[in-house]
Design a protein. Structure first.
Length: 399
């Protein structure tokens, strides 16, 4: 399965190509105070159109295999879902992911329908099925960008991670086929102890391949990945790696930023502040408006059976599009409401000075504590005593 579940996009005209392609925290009106009862707008949905997959990746959040899987959304249900989204949230970005989305026989009809509705359709294929012919088909049905996963600087390290011989070569060929037909692509990398030392070489490879963006994913131990808790890099390495991302962001000719690493935006602001630089939309574009964890705030995930989650890594159901519209779930889900109330997060995440731009990884908190509102377990930052006191005073005042 592709590691892409949360961050494939195409830049909007006139917007600096840094950060996420949407306002954060997803509120309707820029400048509104953050709080309960406000209007939140989704910008991005990762849609697991099928769980079937031709890879066997050791980190897979869905523990996907070849399939077929029972009770997947049928064509009519898929088209109706897109109709609902387009009516409620125009110009939305839909990631067709999986599993391997190209294993659905009706994937072209689904993608074409979304494009016809004005939705920004993108796809996360694994690589094996992307021939020159299918790459052209992807483009013809209106898919604006694809993402490919490269998890090692060599065929050996990548294939060991993906657990399918030839996976690396298939991605290289898929990229070449995409370039032949003018199909824009980005590269994602899931980071664990096994490939942490390869990051500079992987980044060099991605740049040489001509990708529009490189988005490293910090492992979230769910699905088969739950067996990899011991392979997740340490909080200290996590901090050093995110700092390295910051240092590299202006030194490469493509968009380069981490995903599933919310406190990157805390580090980003700390580093800019140390240089005496104020972070504003005018100086930093979308990086100034981006938030680390967007789950339930400007991002959602739909499973192959229609279950709604804040993201693909937090396996907590927030609704079911077979029972009610996505737009209603977005507005009324209890879990979504909890995601938007940052001051109610537990531990350090509830009073941290950077909670509005970070938020901590709710899926990682759940994986380690069974409570998605708990503090981010892989963050080393200690908020100030003043921040803690202000939070306590607000709670006592009932704010």
């Amino acid at each position: 399965m592709s590691s892409q579940n949360a961050n494939i996009h195409t830049a909007h005209p006139g917007v600096m190509p840094k950060g996420h392609p949407h306002e954060v925290p997803g509120m309707k009106k820029a400048g509104e105070a953050v709080g309960k009862g406000k209007k939140w707008l989704p910008r991005l949905i990762a849609w697991e159109v099928t769980r079937s997959c031709n890879l066997d990746c050791i980190h897979c959040r869905a523990a996907a295999r070849f399939g077929p899987y029972p009770n997947e959304l049928n064509t009519e249900e898929c088209l109706s879902f897109l109709d609902d989204v387009a009516e409620a949230f125009p110009s939305f970005i839909i990631i067709l992911t999986g599993g391997e989305p190209m294993m659905r026989k009706d994937i072209w009809e689904i993608a074409s329908h979304g494009s016809s509705l004005g939705l920004r359709m993108v796809m996360a294929p694994c690589g094996f099925l992307v021939t020159e012919e299918t790459a052209k088909k992807i483009k013809d049905v209106g898919i604006q960008r694809v993402s490919y996963s490269i998890d090692g600087a060599t065929a050996e390290s990548h294939d060991n991670f993906r657990r399918v011989k030839g996976a690396f070569d298939s991605v290289m060929q898929a990229i070449e086929n995409s370039k032949k037909v003018g199909l824009e692509f980005q590269v994602n990398t899931t980071i664990t102890k096994h490939n942490l030392h390869e990051l500079p070489r992987i980044l060099d490879l991605v740049v040489k391949l001509g990708a529009k963006a490189h988005h490293p994913f910090l492992l979230v131990p769910t699905g088969r990945g739950a067996e990899l808790k011991d392979h997740e890099i340490s909080p200290e390495d996590y901090e050093r790696t995110l700092t390295w991302f910051y240092e590299m962001r202006d030194n490469v000719p493509i968009q380069f930023k981490p995903t599933c690493a919310p406190h990157y935006y805390r580090i980003f602001r700390q580093q800019e502040r140390a240089k005496g630089i104020k972070v504003t939309p005018q100086t930093h574009g979308l990086d100034a408006m981006s938030k680390g964890c967007m789950g339930g705030q400007s991002f959602a995930f739909i499973s192959h059976t229609g279950k709604v989650q804040i993201c693909g890594f937090l396996d907590v159901e927030c609704g079911d599009i077979r029972k009610e519209s996505f737009s209603k779930i977005w507005e009324t889900s209890t879990v979504f409401q909890e995601m938007r109330a940052w001051d109610d997060y537990k531990g350090r995440c509830g009073y941290c000075e950077f909670r509005k731009v970070c938020g901590g990884c709710r899926a990682r908190a759940f994986a380690f504590t069974d409570d998605y509102l708990e503090e981010e377990p892989f963050c080393t930052y200690q908020p100030s005593e003043e921040a803690k006191k202000l939070h306590s005073n607000r709670k006592e005042a009932g704010e």
